[in-house]
Design a protein around this ligand. Structure first.
Ligand SMILES: *Cc1c(COP(=O)(O)O)cnc(C)c1O
Length: 475
């Protein structure tokens, strides 16, 4: 299996070659040259596999340059009940991503049972083990530099903690995250994790990461890398839980299901799209946005209009607050018949902050083949949906999953189970839960009192030179 760029001007590469990088050299995103097809007999054989064995079967179609026995070990040590232990609602941790039944034909799938209580752990934990393996093989090292306003940074730190040949320098806006989020990151005592609280906003932290990454010489000399949402391995790892959710919600492979996906950067639902392209019987992919509705607008009208930062709202489902969707180019590549010339043309506009409009093109006519529908959810919808789920089903939802359920309920198909992907636990968003329910969300027992643990963080001014100096002194 080799990977090509959506913009068509990069040499095709094997999985391990693209694992540690970000964008393809031509500015595009990597995708497999073709999607592996899953036959009916394979689906039948996979139905009763454990999560780890299923993950091995699926990932081995995409990762052909790691010896099978080694890949099996990496996957088995990633997907354990111990790593994904934070189940709620009586869910069985050995299933890794168990379903919670809300009513007949309506489920949530718990993707947030990992160390940081958000779905990013599903892929990031695998990435940590893959990075360590590949770096060991090559005798190389990497220094991951990132900026976070919450979920991604903590998932990356928990995935990379204690890994050899990997260090993480994570910038966060000083005092802007919740006490719980700060405690999650800053209480890590591992020597390879460096928390830097920048006195400024998230954008200041992000700008520093960009400035450092744009210094090619520094980047090369200090082996600076990233683990952002465009990383192909993250998308690949996410394909697995769509298969697993399908098997849990159905009795036979003659049935179809629908998935509702709270979306921001289009990474999660991109994996669902690929699962469907591989042959998983998905009738419908329901994309849910919050007030930042750039994707809902596209799926309704064919117009993709990235927003600027002024037009991007801060909401109570903050992990979906995006101005443009970094993985969306992967879907558009498939939509336009995998023609890189078209993608290059469209993204020459996007890269200049402009919109494109596919309505009225031949590409838009093919849209129904892809099974997408979309909707949006606002703060008041979120509050109402959290109350509704608590009252009707006695299930406490986080704010992002509430957006998913709201849009799912508007888009059910008769006779077809709807699976809403639960992307975070309510314990991460106490303030909104209090507003909706007047109660505190339950927190997993092992995270009680995490705020009082000793913290390991340095506070620094948003000064590129000073932060470079910090990296130099600690690599
Ligand atoms: C990252 C995240 C999302 C959005 O996922 P994308 O892959 O960016 O579409 C939704 N919910 C939560 C809780 C997240 O952390």
């Amino acid at each position: 299996m080799r990977y090509m760029s959506t913009r068509g001007n990069a040499v095709p590469q094997a999985f391990c070659e693209i694992l540690l990088g970000g964008l393809a050299p031509d500015g595009g995103l990597y995708l497999p040259e073709r999607y592996p097809q899953v036959s009916r007999s394979e689906l039948d054989a996979w139905r009763h596999l454990s999560y780890a064995d299923l993950a091995y079967e699926i990932l081995s179609r995409f990762i052909t340059d790691i010896p099978p026995a080694d890949l099996r070990v990496l996957v088995a040590k990633t997907y354990t009940a111990k790593v994904y232990c934070h189940t709620r609602n009586g869910g069985d941790a050995t299933r890794i991503t168990p379903l919670t039944r809300l009513e007949d034909g309506l489920y949530t799938q718990e993707l947030s049972n990992g160390p940081t209580l958000a779905f990013k752990d599903m892929a990031m934990q695998l990435l940590g083990n893959l990075f360590e393996y590949v770096l060991d093989q090559r005798g190389e090292a990497i220094n991951i530099l990132g900026a976070t306003s919450g979920d991604t940074g903590s998932a990356a730190e928990y995935a990379m903690r204690g890994k050899h040949n990997v260090k993480v320098f994570m910038l966060s806006p000083d005092g802007k995250m919740s006490a719980f989020q700060r405690a999650q990151m800053y209480s890590l005592q591992d020597a390879n994790i460096f928390n830097i609280a920048v006195t400024g906003m998230f954008d200041d932290a992000q700008d520093i990461v960009k400035a450092v990454s744009n210094d090619a010489e520094f980047k090369k000399k200090y082996k600076i890398g990233a683990v952002n949402s465009i990383n192909w391995a993250r998308v690949a790892a996410q394909i697995v839980y769509y298969f697993h959710g399908y098997f849990l919600a159905t009795r036979s492979n003659d049935e179809q299901v629908a998935f509702a996906v709270p979306s921001g950067n289009f990474g999660n639902i991109c994996a669902g799209h690929i699962a469907r392209q591989m042959g998983l019987p998905i009738a419908r992919l329901v994309l849910a946005t919050n007030e930042n509705d750039v994707l809902d607008e596209f799926f309704k009208t064919g117009v993709y209009r990235p927003r600027n930062s002024v037009e991007t709202s801060v909401t109570s489902s903050p992990s979906m607050d995006i101005s443009k969707a970094s993985n969306f180019e992967r879907f558009v590549f498939d939509l336009v018949g995998r023609d890189p010339t078209v993608v290059r043309e469209l993204w020459s506009r996007v890269d200049q902050g402009q919109a494109f409009d596919l309505s009225g093109t031949v590409h838009w006519q093919r849209m129904p083949d892809f099974g997408f529908v979309s909707g949006k959810s606002t703060h008041s919808d979120r509050i109402k949906t959290i109350r509704f789920a608590q009252g009707r089903y006695n299930v406490m939802l986080d704010t992002h999953t509430a957006d998913g359920l709201k849009v799912a309920l508007e888009n059910r198909l008769p006779g077809i189970p709807m699976i809403v992907l639960e992307t975070a636990q309510p314990a991460k968003f106490e303030e909104t839960i209090r507003e909706a329910l007047g109660a505190e969300p339950v927190r997993p027992a092992d995270l009680a009192g995490i705020e009082s643990l000793p913290q390991r963080v340095v506070v620094m001014a948003p000064d590129v030179a000073a932060i470079k100096q910090f990296i130099v002194e600690h690599v």
